[in-house]
Design a protein around this ligand. Structure first.
Ligand SMILES: [Zn+2]
Length: 79
């Protein structure tokens, strides 16, 4: 690392940081299921890419129900 030649003013520092804002995710609509999905990737909802199914999507019911069943037990213990 080099040695700092001049102190960077508060204004210049802030002007530089003004360009580092987070940008939103680029999303396109899936032609098969019409849900928003990142471009150039297989759809996370239906597994289609360029008009054909390339990924088999696992059933979402099994993964979603497990945390919901565990939650009421924790709430009763803490209360
Ligand atoms: Zn889709």
């Amino acid at each position: 690392m080099g040695i700092q030649g001049k102190r960077r003013s508060r204004s210049k520092k802030r002007r530089g940081w003004a360009h580092r804002a987070l940008v939103g995710l680029a999303l396109t609509r899936c032609p098969a299921c019409h849900k928003m999905t990142p471009p150039h990737r297989a759809c996370a909802f239906c597994g289609n890419y360029r008009g054909r199914k390339v990924v088999t999507i696992a059933a979402k019911s099994s993964a979603k129900h497990k945390p919901a069943a565990a939650k009421p037990e924790k709430e009763t213990k803490s209360a």
